[in-house]
Design a protein. Structure first.
Length: 192
């Protein structure tokens, strides 16, 4: 690995030029996007639901990052097109006790994040990866991207954002994955 990349690859990771597909359960395919929405609920002053049409009309920008999977692959220099978290949060008034986020996806899948990590400037809702619209296997139509944490925190097939006062485990966290998932600290599993 070139020296200029070595500091970007966490311990125990191997570089890949591909984009491996990993998930639990079946891949959802959408035939009628008028039935897709993104629900924002929990500790908010007013619950909202953003239609696919309204979501796709939100301002987009380019994001560049490295991603790291808990299964030990890393992919550097990804270029995404997506919607900044702030664009959605401009429509939401949080209650002061909100400290955590649960991301909800298709098939009952979920993952947890501290609010501060969700709100980072580097976190966003991904729509395209390296110039191409996301495929269903990679999270079409919208996936969360939280590049500073292991990639399971970047929920595919996003359908809901729940704001919570206390942290609680999502799908993989209930099944032994670390509650936070910092790749540079190798927070892969939490078998206490």
């Amino acid at each position: 690995m070139p020296n200029d990349q070595a500091h970007r690859v966490p311990p125990g990771q191997t570089l890949t030029s591909g984009f491996p597909v990993l998930h639990f359960g079946s891949v959802p395919y959408y035939n009628d996007m008028s039935k897709w929405d993104l629900r924002v609920f929990g500790l908010v002053e007013e619950e909202i639901s953003i239609s696919y049409k309204d979501f796709m009309a939100l301002p987009r920008r380019e994001f560049s990052n490295d991603i790291h999977c808990v299964t030990t692959w890393s992919k550097l220099d990804n270029v995404w097109e997506g919607v900044a978290v702030s664009e959605v949060m401009n429509r939401v008034k949080l209650k002061p006790e909100a400290q955590y986020v649960m991301l909800h996806a298709e098939h009952g899948w979920s993952t947890n994040l501290p609010l501060a990590d969700f709100m980072r400037d580097t976190s966003f809702f991904g729509i395209k990866h390296n110039g191409e619209r996301l495929t269903p296997e990679h999270g079409y139509p919208v996936r969360m991207v939280v590049p500073h944490l292991y990639f399971w925190k970047s929920a595919k097939w996003l359908r809901g954002i729940e704001f919570m006062e206390k942290d609680k485990p999502g799908f993989w966290e209930k099944n032994g994955y670390h509650m936070y998932g910092d790749p540079f600290l190798e927070q892969r599993y939490d078998f206490d």
